[in-house]
Design a protein around this ligand. Structure first.
Ligand code: C2E
Ligand code: MG
Ligand code: MG
Ligand code: MG
Length: 288
């Protein structure tokens, strides 16, 4: 099975849920070399303003181009990277590559382009994350105000005080903090409001459910209202249909990401969207 060529991802995905221990070890040890062998790459998913329809930023999403298994999704290897500690060098590479790329695009004329980078739990609790970020800012010359670091609830709830201190230390560099996949954890927004977030990303499951029944739409509206009360910018993930788009426009969210506009793209293809000035057509009666 390990010998199957790329393109045969289905084979991999179906077995990945119960990877045998030897297979897992094989994956672990090849992940160890993935960085030095340049097998990791970043895709970029456009983030679009719901006020103008323009691309305002990108979320960097890592992939692993495995020589035998093909393109492996982060859901499959980030957990292994977390367990083995490999997430530390991988996370540093992601942050640096994303910042370098964004600086290149800014220099090419897209001077206000923003970049969102996901942090994993182990990376967030790493003592020298702030130093790492400072070094990357110096090296790439990217203005920190264009950087958003995405965290999830589960990374914050264990030791609240320490987490708040770390967030403030990162924010003092000028970066913004986003709470990702909001609503999938167990904490309420009123609990989370003690953390210094700038942006709330509603998990895509809420958006998909809105058309199912009115209760789901009501719950999603309540989250949106609460985020506004707390002065958080609202980014909606996973918008796939026109009706989902009208919903988020009617409820005055700030931005969207989703297949309706674009899937995550290799850097070259993302650059093409920028150059073509691709815009999201907004529903007519949604303008505020
Ligand atoms: P995430 O940060 O919540 O990223 C959004 C995921 O939703 C991405 O999956 C994206 O491709 C997918 N998505 C975006 N729009 C749509 C849509 O309209 N419909 C559907 N069905 N899906 C959509 P992806 O790229 O497979 O990443 C999965 C997760 O892996 C990410 O979830 C994030 O938690 C993690 N991840 C990705 N890159 C990194 C990284 O560099 N570092 C860390 N620590 N985690 C990462
Ligand atoms: Mg994210
Ligand atoms: Mg998310
Ligand atoms: Mg996620």
């Amino acid at each position: 099975q390990a010998k199957q060529q790329g393109g045969n991802q289905y084979q991999f995905y179906t077995t990945a849920f119960n990877i045998g221990s030897s297979d897992r070890l094989a994956l672990q040890s090849s992940l160890r070399h993935a960085l030095e062998r340049h097998e990791l790459l970043l895709y970029y998913q456009p983030q679009v303003s719901l006020k103008t329809g323009e691309i305002v930023g990108a979320e960097a999403l890592v992939r692993w181009q495995h020589p035998e298994r093909g393109l492996i999704s982060p859901d499959k290897f980030i957990p292994i990277a977390e367990e083995t500690g490999l997430i530390v060098p991988i996370g540093e590479w992601v942050l640096k590559t994303a910042c370098q790329q964004t600086k290149i695009w800014q220099n090419a004329g897209f001077s206000h382009l923003r970049i969102s980078v996901n942090l994993s739990s182990r990376q967030f609790s790493q003592i020298d994350l702030r130093h790492q970020l400072v070094a990357i800012l110096m090296e790439t010359g990217l203005d920190p105000k264009y950087i958003e670091l995405e965290l999830t609830e589960s990374m914050l709830v264990h030791n609240t005080e320490v987490a708040i201190r770390r967030l403030n230390a990162l924010k003092s560099l000028g970066v913004e903090i986003a709470i990702d996949d909001f609503g999938t954890g167990y904490s309420s927004l009123s609990y989370l409001q003690q953390f210094p977030f700038d942006i709330l990303k509603i998990d895509r499951c809420f958006i998909h459910k809105i058309t199912d029944n009115p209760n789901n739409a009501a719950i999603t509206k309540a989250i949106i209202e609460m985020a506004k009360t707390l002065n958080l910018k609202l980014m909606v993930e996973g918008v796939e249909t026109e009706s989902e788009l009208s919903f988020v426009c009617q409820n005055q969210c700030d931005g969207m990401q989703g297949y309706l506009f674009s899937r995550p793209l290799p850097s070259h293809d993302f650059a093409q969207l920028l150059k073509n000035n691709k815009r999201l057509p907004l529903p007519i009666n949604s303008t505020k």
